[in-house]
Design a protein around this ligand. Structure first.
Ligand code: SF4
Ligand code: FE
Length: 483
């Protein structure tokens, strides 16, 4: 693994030559920008062996391509225990960072493409699968971060890609040469885009006949000519540039999304994994979505662990922890959080081998997992806010605590249980603020709603996979109703 630790990873980001804009200004070194750095720190944790006894077995795997030790984030899942370990790894990193650590999207992307390229080659006589295997082997040895890019900007949602007034609303091929293709368009909400070395692009929906130019999948370096990144904002994000870590709540880690624009970007043939095979595009979308819906049964649960801990700690610090309603609310939070985990483990344990030899999750259970994720974190956040109290949004700034004229007042009047430093009480309250209403809510709440597809996308899949005819047959048989 060329990039072996967090320091080497952060240094590798400094070497990238990209076209990036942050708050309206060009940013040559994102990793040293205070607005972006916490998100790079979160990804860097995927390179940190850590101190947890289980970390080594979760963060690393053995490549089925080379037999070498690799990051699990670069692994192609070989059995259901790999799928379970993936979820456990994500919970572990969620517990460390209390945010989105961004590296899963690329992993989920090439795991989906692994089986689809194999099946595409069988149907169309193409050679995408061996290309993808070469790419994955390179990613494993370099140990780089891949941004999985699926969501197109979509323009008028009532129109198909080839019906849009502007044909660039979905990433598409605009030119073909003997050496490769030229693509144009934009991908929105791109998790970890500024912390990635490569971008792996996939179609955003099942394409139809006539939409061949939109049925395209490929990988390009983040610094490829024609690519522009524009960082998205999050609530209270500029607290990170004010030099007030207390006010940030989670000063070390954060998440990050960007708009990524492809303005006539050249892609060499060896990095093209689909080009025109419309009948295969829907499978990429469904399998990637299933993998990322499984992922949320790990990462959001890890963040939930930190929130539950923060709610319990805040209750201890303000003397309410023994009240029966507080205990009930903490138990309710645990119940919701572990239900999400159960779904993540279930869809993994029920995974199935694909014709290519790798393992997919159970798609129905993965969709159930994610549909719960669109709800339960909101209830966990509501309960955490309930337990934290109104101080959550009325706390003075770190700068007030540093002003000798008013600091003694704050220390005296914002104290909870005697003996607990007032500043510690403020820190844990700010953490709850961060994940439930501040910049951390972008990943814990809004991403839980829309990441890996909005709730309606899961409902459509659940309706398709539920096999209601079989359930009707069962009911008829038990009730003694003849056909
Ligand atoms: Fe990974 Fe979760 Fe972030 Fe997706 S939302 S990239 S699964 S941490
Ligand atoms: Fe996500």
């Amino acid at each position: 693994m060329k990039i072996g630790d967090p320091v080497a990873y952060l240094d590798s980001l400094r070497e990238l030559d990209r076209n990036v804009f942050v708050l309206g200004e060009r940013c040559d070194c994102t990793v040293d920008h205070p607005l972006v750095r916490p998100s790079a720190n979160a990804v860097a944790e995927s390179y940190n062996p850590g101190e947890e006894p289980e970390a080594e077995g979760l963060l690393y795997a053995t490549s089925h391509l080379t037999g070498r030790k690799i990051s699990r984030f670069a692994h192609i899942h070989q059995d259901t225990s790999d799928l379970v370990d993936k979820v456990l790894m994500q919970r572990l990193l969620g517990r460390r960072t209390a945010t989105c650590f961004q590296r899963c999207v690329g992993m989920d992307g090439f795991n989906a493409l692994y089986s689809v390229t194999y099946e595409c080659d069988q149907v169309h006589g193409t050679h995408y699968h061996s290309r993808l295997k070469d790419y994955v082997e390179w990613v494993q040895d370099e140990n780089i971060v891949i941004e999985g890019a699926m969501t197109d900007v979509k323009g008028d949602r009532s129109l198909r890609p080839n019906q849009q007034a502007d044909p660039d609303m979905f990433v598409h091929v605009v030119d073909r040469t003997p050496e490769g293709i030229v693509v144009r368009g934009a991908k929105a909400h791109q998790t970890g885009a500024l912390n990635s070395h490569e971008i792996l692009v996939m179609p955003t929906t099942a394409m139809r006949e006539g939409e061949e130019d939109y049925a395209v999948s490929f990988a390009v370096p983040a610094g490829a000519k024609g690519i522009t990144f524009i960082l998205g904002r999050q609530p209270s994000d500029t607290r990170k540039v004010e030099g007030v870590p207390l006010d940030v709540g989670n000063p070390t880690f954060g998440s990050q999304e960007a708009l990524v624009i492809f303005d006539d970007v050249f892609v060499p043939n060896e990095r093209v994994f689909m080009c025109g095979e419309t009948d295969q595009s829907g499978k990429v979308v469904e399998r990637f979505a299933a993998f990322h819906r499984q992922s949320y049964g790990g990462c959001k649960v890890g963040v939930g662990d930190v929130i539950i801990g923060a709610a319990q700690l805040a209750s201890q610090m303000q003397g309410s922890v023994k009240a029966s309603h507080v205990r009930d609310k903490i138990v309710e939070m645990v119940h919701l959080n572990e239900t999400l985990f159960s779904c993540g483990i279930a869809c993994s344990a029920m995974g199935l081998e694909t014709p290519a030899g790798n393992y997919d999750v159970d798609p129905l259970l993965a969709n159930i997992c994610k549909l719960n994720v669109t709800r339960f974190p909101f209830e966990i956040a509501r309960l955490a806010q309930d337990l934290a109290g109104g101080i959550l949004v009325t706390m003075p700034s770190q700068k007030d605590f540093e002003n000798p004229e008013i600091a003694p007042y704050l220390d005296k009047y914002l104290r909870g249980v005697n003996g607990v430093p007032t500043l510690d009480r403020m820190k844990v309250t700010r953490l709850i603020e961060n994940v439930t209403v501040g910049c951390g809510a972008a990943s814990y709440l809004t991403e839980s709603m829309h990441g890996a597809g909005s709730p309606q996308a899961q409902r459509i899949m659940i309706a398709r996979l539920a096999d209601l005819d079989e359930k009707v047959r069962l009911a008829r048989r038990v009730a003694g109703i003849e056909d």
